[in-house]
Design a protein around this ligand. Structure first.
Ligand code: ADP
Length: 505
């Protein structure tokens, strides 16, 4: 009997396979880390072979833990670290060097040059993206220019590109023996090469970065009408399992939070925050420096879009308090310290350690702690640290509402910080909307499973998934409007004080 859906979640630090049953509950999970390779300051790489080996192992491990065989798996969905770029030989499976990871900044000089010539937003209309080294386009260009033989190999059909979803699905579907070379629009929308309106590779963009079209994967829907391919009997599933869903990690989390309709939004609170708002069939271009991205694309339907905004420093500020100030021994201790006082005592912490990002975009800003008096204690500082994440989230939410004209009625949350109830209550207070945490917070893997399960009819429709998605905790606003106004006013004041700190000397 086909009673499971598998999700393969290939992340920045680890790979994981989770098996879900028909009611959307986790049955088994297996996870393994891979090496982070730092060849030079600012460079970050992964070994593609190691990534595929870990994927292979975690699939076998999850099946073993569930006591299941691949024959029982109805379909597998893939979710992945976005933007990370691999080039490999489709005849042998050998990669041309390591994958260049999304965080890798080696192409910054090239990006700066492009910005100097035509501005940061010159590709925004077509791609939804500002120019930045994160995205795959300049990484591919760098590989073609710097790894000898790749261009020649490409001309012979012996070098192809892919983001991690492409690489993993190619191996899963047979690798050198008939593997499919595909990607989905959520991943392709992070390359700077895809036209976001019609979901096709764009000739002008390919020309700008010098990428031969033949090297790129075919863009298929995130939820395909027909599976992209099947896994091989001699592969990790030991059976022919349809590969039937691909979503980049943040879009997968949005899907796994059952945010299927416009206005529905999620925030993932990790070292940084990733906020995505579904804007439906409408392609909203941001005037606040947010990113326009594909939320998901179901075969035969119009694509659904999202606005995306991120907070650079969230959980990492808690780590900073632990490692640089030594006021707590582990991240979870911050809640007890914060609860040793009633409120922040009007202390505000703007963590602009390397400038302010969306929606301010001020590289001359630096971090400040404002409003200190002799009364302030470590407890107040702990509060201010937590509250800074909530204030920054509020700024992104405001920008999304203003860009889209949509209302956000509640915010669904996941990630490592959402165990912190003090933060979640303050988040609801400062947003003045409910904040909702689901029972199952591994929403990225769940989203990939939802996609594959929906695409293959394992789950009938989105309604069924909405019924599976279970709320665990809901925080509702309990702050008086005057108090909210006061805090927002002083946060804005602290922000002003942080700007213009760095001067050219
Ligand atoms: P990532 O996926 O970005 O590595 P996680 O989702 O695992 O991050 O979340 C880890 C982050 O959450 C760390 O930055 C850590 O400081 C923070 N964190 C963990 N527990 C708590 C807590 N109880 N309160 C506040 N922050 C926390």
């Amino acid at each position: 009997m086909k009673n499971y859906i598998a999700a393969l979640d290939q992340g920045t630090t680890s790979s994981r396979c989770i098996l879900f049953d028909g009611s959307g509950r986790m049955v088994a999970s297996h996870q393994l880390e891979h090496r982070q390779i730092y060849p030079q300051p600012g460079w970050v790489e992964h070994d593609p072979r190691e990534i595929w080996q870990r994927c292979d192992e975690v699939i076998r491990g999850a099946l073993k833990k569930a006591g299941a065989s691949g024959d029982q798996v109805a379909a597998v969905g893939i979710t992945n670290q976005r933007e990370t770029t691999v080039v490999w030989n489709p005849k042998t499976g050998d990669a041309y060097g390591n994958a260049i990871v999304w965080q890798d900044m080696r192409t910054s000089p090239r990006v700066e040059k492009l910005i100097a010539a035509g501005g940061k937003d010159q590709l925004r209309e077509k791609t939804g993206l500002p120019l930045a080294a994160y995205f795959s386009g300049t990484k591919m260009e760098w590989i073609l220019d710097n790894r000898s033989g790749v261009r020649e190999a490409a001309a012979k059909g012996e070098a192809v590109f892919g983001t991690i979803d492409s690489y993993v699905s190619w191996w899963l579907s047979g690798g050198p023996e008939g593997g499919v070379h595909i990607t989905d629009p959520t991943n392709a929308s992070r390359t700077l090469l895809m036209n976001i309106a019609d979901l096709t590779w764009d000739d002008d963009l390919l020309k700008l970065f010098g990428i031969p079209r033949t090297m790129l994967p075919e863009i298929k829907p995130s939820l395909p009408a027909e599976p992209y391919g099947v896994t091989r009997k001699d592969g990790p599933f030991g059976a022919e399992v349809p590969i039937a869903g691909i979503l980049g990690d943040q879009q997968a989390a949005l899907f796994g939070q059952a945010c299927f309709d416009s206005g529905e939004s999620k925030n993932t609170y990790g070292t940084g925050c990733f906020l995505l708002m579904n804007t439906g069939e409408e392609l909203v271009h941001s005037s606040h420096g947010l990113i326009t991205t594909v939320a998901y694309h179901t075969g035969g339907q119009k694509p659904r879009y999202a606005l995306e905004g991120s907070v650079a420093i969230a959980g990492s500020l808690v780590q900073w308090m632990r490692d640089n100030l030594g006021l707590i021994r582990n991240s979870s201790e911050i809640e007890e310290l914060a609860n040793s006082v009633e409120d922040s005592g009007d202390v505000y912490f703007v963590p602009a350690f390397s400038g302010l990002y969306a929606p301010h975009w001020r590289s001359d800003a630096r971090g400040i702690i404002a409003g200190l008096t002799g009364y302030a204690t470590a407890g107040h500082l702990a509060r201010a640290v937590l509250e800074s994440t909530a204030f920054q989230t509020r700024e992104i939410v405001d920008a999304m509402v203003s860009d889209s004209g949509l209302e956000i009625r509640d915010l669904r949350v996941d990630g490592g910080m959402v165990v912190n109830e003090t933060l979640m209550q303050f988040q609801s207070d400062i947003l003045n909307i409910p904040v909702i945490r689901p029972e199952f917070t591994e929403t990225t893997a769940l989203g990939a499973a939802y996609a594959a399960g929906l695409a293959t009819g394992f789950w009938a429709d989105r309604r069924e998934l909405i019924n599976h998605w279970k709320e665990d905790c809901r925080w509702t606003p309990a702050m008086a409007q005057v108090d909210r106004d006061h805090r927002l006013k002083y946060w804005a004041k602290a922000l002003e004080r942080s700007k213009g700190w760095v001067e050219d000397e």
